[in-house]
Design a protein around this ligand. Structure first.
Ligand code: SF4
Ligand code: SF4
Length: 367
């Protein structure tokens, strides 16, 4: 049977939205979904009764200023080279970003993969190379693989600042707080490629929420929305996979194995949201020598969020970016105040880029 066209999916959505008979709020967890929804004008294709909210799924947005500050302190110390993904460079720390610290003389280098950072350590054995390990379950298995390689090769001058986070505890915390009203979740395709769907079973079971793991093109997202509406119309919330060409229910067992070998769950601080129990990954005890903060005796500093920045409420889906009075004025992609304006996948940056193009839905402002 030929796959449904976009037009057919859109009319199916209209019918299902009518069948539910109430306004619905769906949260896209992943930053790439947020950008794709804007780019493809998906809000404009949906009935007015469906509101799409952005969630906490951009790793750059949720990296705490305190963690950026720890990375800056190490880079400034003189003996350490800090290797980081480029998108972390402009995230504000206490007073400056890694880019500004580099301009001021700190040794900060951009890498495209953790393996590049390990290669740097092998090329420069007299320097300590510290990789700023950010990101969700998509990135952390790569870092675990890099650590395995460092162990195998006996590379002694390589360590990481580990601020990896995991998505399911953040969703549980959002729902458990009672602050956020969401009927269903568009789950992150790449993350679920690694984890599978079992970690999301709590969404229907504990909170009665619909959930669909969705791919990233317009058809995928619309088909995911249709699947969510079908669950809601039938009153049978579940976790389903729309992105079956990539995601297996059991995830990627090899990635999960290496992840579990190097990391264990810990509490983590999410920018704008606060500490979420069990939502981070810490190096296991036998790999403590790879923990840069411990190795260099650095405490994670206390850094307050910028005054008036609403990133927390934006990441929780309680407010939309234009509700922040700094949006587009004091805070722009060129001069970001909060992290949501830094990454191209951040909600504020996506709103800033697309809001005036007519692709953002009029009338889909914050509740
Ligand atoms: S890493 Fe993949 S799943 Fe995670 S936020 Fe980015 S695009 Fe989404
Ligand atoms: S507009 Fe800037 S300051 Fe306001 S919430 Fe977004 S990132 Fe934070």
């Amino acid at each position: 049977m030929p796959a449904a066209t976009v037009e057919e999916i859109v009319s199916g959505i209209a019918v299902l939205a009518g069948a539910t008979g109430r306004p619905l709020r769906l949260m896209e967890v992943c930053g790439t979904h947020t950008v794709a929804i804007f780019r493809h004008g998906i809000r404009a294709l949906l009935p007015g009764s469906i509101q799409l909210l952005s969630g906490p799924g951009c790793p750059v947005c949720v990296t705490a200023a305190a963690d950026v500050e720890a990375a800056i302190e190490l880079a400034r110390s003189g003996t350490v080279t800090l290797a980081t993904f480029g998108d972390m460079m402009r995230v504000p720390g206490r007073r400056e970003s890694l880019a500004e610290a580099r301009a001021g003389g700190a040794d900060v280098r951009i890498v495209y993969s953790p393996l590049d950072a390990l290669a740097l350590a092998r090329r420069e054995p007299s320097r300590e190379i510290v990789f700023f390990a950010t990101g969700f379950e998509t990135t952390s298995p790569l870092v675990a693989g890099t650590l395995a390689e460092a162990e195998r090769l006996g590379v002694a001058n390589f360590s990481i600042i580990c601020v990896h986070k995991t998505v399911p505890p953040a969703l549980a915390a959002l729902l458990g707080s009672g602050e956020v009203r969401v009927d269903g979740f568009i789950l992150p395709g790449h993350v679920c490629t690694v984890t599978g769907v079992a970690p999301y079973a709590f969404l229907p079971e504990r909170f009665g929420k619909a959930a669909v793991v969705t791919g990233f093109d317009a058809r995928d997202i619309l088909a995911g929305v249709a699947m969510l509406l079908a669950q809601l119309a039938a009153g049978k919330p579940a976790v389903e996979i729309q992105y079956t060409r990539v995601v297996r229910p059991e995830g990627n067992p090899r990635a999960l194995e290496i992840l579990g070998r190097f990391f264990e769950p810990c509490d983590a601080h999410w920018r704008g949201i606060g500490t979420i129990p069990g939502s981070g990954l810490a190096l296991r005890g036998q790999f403590a020598h790879r923990d840069a903060l411990r190795r260099f005796g650095l405490e994670r500093p206390e850094v307050p969020e910028p005054a008036a920045c609403q990133c927390g409420a934006v990441l929780k889906g309680i407010k939309t970016p234009p509700d922040c009075r700094l949006f587009g004025k004091a805070c722009t992609p060129e001069r970001p105040v909060g992290a949501c304006m830094v990454s191209s996948e951040g909600s504020c940056a996506a709103y800033y880029k697309y809001h005036d193009t007519g692709t953002a839905a009029a009338g889909q402002a914050a509740p």
